[in-house]
Design a protein around this ligand. Sequence first.
Ligand SMILES: [Zn+2]
Length: 200
Amino acid sequence: MIRSVFIIVLAMSLQQCSYSQNNSTNNNSNKMDSTNKKAGQPKPGNPVYSNSDTSTVALTEEEWKKILPEEVYHIARQKGTERAWTSKFESFFDKGTYYCAACGNALFKSDTKFESGCGWPSFYEPISKTSIINTPDNSHGMVRTEVQCGRCKAHLGHVFNDGPPPTGLRYCINGVILDFEKAKQAEKKYNADGKEKPSN
Ligand SMILES: [Zn+2]
């Protein structure tokens, strides 16, 4: 089962290869994990994944384990933390939208992303008030605020009070739990001119 899902995912990745190679030449393309799956499309083997359906997703841990890649499951459902500086999104500043890799819920816009120097992708504001859930987290002898996906309650990371204006917040998010979709405007420019241009 897991093997066949992997093969389907691999086949999908290969189909998208020509697009993503041209479109993201500056990415760390050697980190080909679930995050290289382009958002905005259904995910093979994940029936709850949607960028438009905002209804709450409530699956059992067994069901999540079946439909999520192992590393996504570890972060999302077991509150894992990826190693610092390992996410391709840590120093990635293309314009677009970041979605929950477990359910496809829109989480952050790229224009709220900033260079925090903490080793994880960082944002100062979620895309909407309902896109995420804040939960007190007193584990590991620390007083922190956990951030979860507002749709599927996947663990995303934590939010701290040392961020930049206008919010002063720093949403410190595991890159493994993020899917990125490039801004539509940038795609249009790319398609029209045959090469990517910086968008304003
Ligand atoms: Zn989610």
